[in-house]
Design a protein around this ligand. Structure first.
Ligand SMILES: NC(=O)c1ccc[n+]([C@@H]2O[C@H](COP(=O)([O-])OP(=O)(O)OC[C@H]3O[C@@H](n4cnc5c(N)ncnc54)[C@H](O)[C@@H]3O)[C@@H](O)[C@H]2O)c1
Length: 334
């Protein structure tokens, strides 16, 4: 008879409880190896060592605007992340499902963790090259603090960047990596930060102008395009991540896509094409295509926790610092 005790589940938290944060909580409720013990939004946080009730968190957030109203486990706070990390332990790792608005917001949250003396694993699904570069500059600080930080670990950057890193192995030289994503969501309000950040990539807009737009202004823009945002040549961190992983220079990586904010069906199949030359001199292209039935939430949150588990294994071996989705294989979370 096998008498080995099952390893304790990892205690994880989700920072940001909007579209992706709530999806992350739902995903965790079917896992045995991880348990959701903490959640934070802009107005409050909730913590329970025994695990939070996912449905109660979602209902409270949707009806009252913050998980801070949860009975006995919730706290209202205008400084929820700081308060959560300084008062609520143990948490092994956090998924940062936060808006990166302004473009240095998530790096500033990483600094809060360092200053609080917190140790553990942090994972983000950050998108812009310039945001990942800010985190890269903090590599030594994160290492000295004993934090294992996994950046760019959503869908793109994330799953597709990792697929490109894998596909590159057939080649002696990688000529181009072309990422094309299709996202379909029923309404833009479910993913406000994602949609605002995407608007920031449209010619004539910046992160700052998109951030400053009121909800009626976002709606007016979407009315003009029938809810569809078409994005090309985006500043996306897949490029810097593949460059530092030694796969190809960043100018060989392109990212674009179509986001339909009024239809949950994907407007096109998300894929990454990796073209290169084999050692025999043949030019070829590998294509990795995501199933159309998979949602953005599944393709972001699944990898995020897979990288959190990989980060935890590094952390347990005393390895801290900064890693990207192109350098480390995610682990499958049971
Ligand atoms: N890499 C990828 O593939 C990928 C794909 C989609 C989205 N994303 C990223 O995921 C992030 C989350 O997107 P979303 O659409 O779910 O966001 P959202 O707008 O639906 O939710 C954001 C949440 O963050 C909370 N929040 C805001 N400021 C806060 C603060 N100061 N302290 C604590 N909580 C705060 C809000 O209350 C809200 O709960 C975005 O940065 C987006 O770019 C990445």
């Amino acid at each position: 008879m096998n008498t080995q005790p099952l390893p304790l589940p990892l205690c994880v938290g989700v920072l940001g409880f909007g579209g992706l944060g709530q999806a992350a909580a739902k995903l965790l409720s079917s896992k045995r190896e991880m348990i959701l013990v903490a959640a934070a939004d802009q107005k409050g946080y909730a913590y329970s060592r025994e695990g939070l009730n996912t449905q109660a968190c979602i209902t409270t957030y949707q009806n009252q605007g913050t998980v801070g109203y949860l009975e006995s486990v919730g706290t209202l706070s205008n400084n929820s992340i700081q308060d959560l990390i300084t008062t609520s332990q143990p948490v092994d790792g956090y998924f940062l499902a936060l808006p990166n608005l302004p473009n240095d917001f998530i790096p500033s949250v990483a600094k809060q963790f360092i200053q609080a003396g917190w140790r553990g694993v942090l994972v983000d699904a950050i998108k812009r090259t310039s945001a990942v570069e800010q985190l890269l500059a903090m590599k030594d600080e994160l290492q000295a603090a004993g934090i294992t930080y996994m950046t760019g670990c959503g869908a793109t950057p994330g799953l597709l960047t990792a697929a490109a890193a894998l596909a590159a192995q057939s080649y002696a030289e990688v000529h181009k990596v072309e990422i094309t994503f299709g996202v379909g969501i029923a309404n833009w309000e479910a993913y406000r930060a994602t949609v605002r950040e995407d608007i920031g990539h449209i010619p004539g807009y910046t992160v700052e102008t998109a951030r400053a737009m009121t909800d009626p202004e976002v709606e007016a823009l979407l009315d003009k395009t029938n809810g569809v945002l078409t994005l090309a040549n985006m500043e996306h961190a897949d490029d810097v991540m593949l460059e530092i992983a030694g796969i190809c220079s960043r100018d060989r990586v392109t990212v674009g896509g179509v986001v339909d904010t009024r239809n949950p069906q994907k407007p096109l199949s998300t894929n990454v094409k990796v073209t290169g030359r084999t050692f025999e001199g043949k030019i070829s292209t590998h294509t990795f295509t995501l199933g159309d039935e998979t949602s953005m939430a599944a393709n972001v949150c699944g990898p995020a926790f897979g990288y959190l588990k990989a980060g935890q294994e590094l952390h347990n071996r005393g390895i801290s610092g900064l890693f990207t989705a192109a350098e480390i294989m995610p682990k499958f979370v049971k």
